[in-house]
Design a binder for this molecule. Structure first.
Ligand code: HEC
Ligand code: HEC
Length: 300
């Protein structure tokens, strides 16, 4: 079929010649508004093809994959894929892989044998590190370095024992926590004591770690009378009451005299939540081993 060139847009109705705009080199549509002419610039073919293709791809997607929500459900698509189910299947597979070795931490495990298992440790310790990062690092810091009010876990000093089973027990019941068997560590307030006496005591206690506490100072007698029952004759600490040693650098709150004065005046009872409702028994044992190994080779 041939078309009369005179009928084409922009063509001269008599000669059929198209008018070319001298500035842009485009032909014109023939529309003319008081001397302003419209250029003939149709939508580029390649863009049109791309648009068509993407529309087709979207349409195929709608037909094959889950796409349209309606009420409480959604269209499944011809492939019948369900991403929620796929994710759950993936999680179950992961849990099964983990359960394979995590199961060995169930009950009362033989920590020494587990720690000596060269096949197990490269799987278990990174997983334990992630558990620690998610649950413990907030208070005890990433590497167990502690902070004011939160004990250091990687220096080999322990209030409640540093064997994996002791640590697991601390985690299971917590410290000053709401578990019925919680470990209890309460430093009573000595606010009833004369301020001058409290200051003398604080100076004495602040001097203990450096070995410069004077046994004939007034603070020494006050210490023997008021503090030794829990912290030991020379401040070595009393394990059964969670009273920390006062003779070395392992401090929870700080052992400068101002902080000690504050401790004596107000008392302390740091709370460590119990983990038995948040972590499984196997995870708690795993963390016990992990935390015990943080300080391996270090210690008093
Ligand atoms: C909300 C803050 C907090 C979190 C989270 C926390 N802890 Fe503690 N933790 C403490 C405090 C505070 C103490 C010291 C309690 C005290 O003053 O006697 C403590 C004490 C401990 C002790 C006893 C140290 C010793 O000398 O015997 C261990 C072990 C311990 N935490 C491990 C962990 C582990 C492992 C986790 C993660 C599962 C964890 N903690 C999470 C606050 C926390
Ligand atoms: C009933 C037992 C008890 C008595 C008595 C006691 N303390 Fe304590 N003290 C504790 C406990 C438990 C803690 C740990 C509190 C905590 O973990 O939150 C503690 C903590 C401290 C700390 C903080 C140590 C640190 O690492 O930051 C200092 C300092 C201290 N006591 C000094 C004294 C002095 C001085 C006296 C005597 C006036 C005294 N205590 C009497 C149980 C006692």
């Amino acid at each position: 079929m041939t078309t009369d060139p005179r009928a084409l847009p922009g063509a001269d109705p008599h000669t059929g010649n198209r008018e070319i705009d001298p500035v842009t080199g485009y032909d014109t549509t023939g529309h003319d508004w008081g001397g302003i002419k419209e250029l003939n610039t149709p939508f580029p073919r390649i863009a049109f093809v791309a648009l068509l293709l993407s529309f087709l791809i979207a349409l195929t997607g709608w037909i094959l994959l889950p796409a349209w929500p309606y009420g409480r459900d959604f269209t499944r698509g011809l492939l019948g894929l369900e991403q929620g189910e796929m994710a759950q299947r993936g999680a179950r597979a992961m849990a099964e892989i983990r359960q394979g070795w995590l199961g060995r931490f169930e009950g009362t495990p033989d920590f020494e044998a587990l720690a000596g298992d060269a096949g197990l440790m490269p799987q278990a310790m990174p997983a334990a590190g992630r558990l620690f990062g998610d649950n413990c690092a907030l208070c005890h810091s990433r590497e167990g370095g502690g902070g004011p009010g939160f004990p250091v876990l990687n220096d080999g000093h322990w209030l409640w024992g540093g064997a994996p089973e002791d640590i697991a027990e601390t985690l299971r019941v917590g410290i000053n926590a709401d578990h019925p068997e919680t470990r209890i560590a309460q430093m009573p307030a000595f606010d009833w004591m004369e301020r001058a006496e409290r200051i003398a005591l604080a100076d004495y206690v602040a001097g203990l770690p450096a070995g410069r506490a004077d046994p004939s100072a007034p603070g020494a007698a006050l210490f023997a009378e008021n503090c030794a029952a829990c912290h030991g004759e020379s401040g070595e600490g009393g394990l059964d009451v969670g009273a920390p040693t006062l003779t070395d650098a392992a401090v929870i709150y700080g052992q400068d005299s101002a902080t000690v004065l504050e401790t004596i005046t107000r008392g302390r009872a740091g709370v460590m939540p119990n983990w038995s409702d948040r972590l499984s028994a196997a995870e708690i044992n795993l963390l016990g081993l992990y935390v015990a190994r943080l300080s391996e080779g270090k210690g008093p």
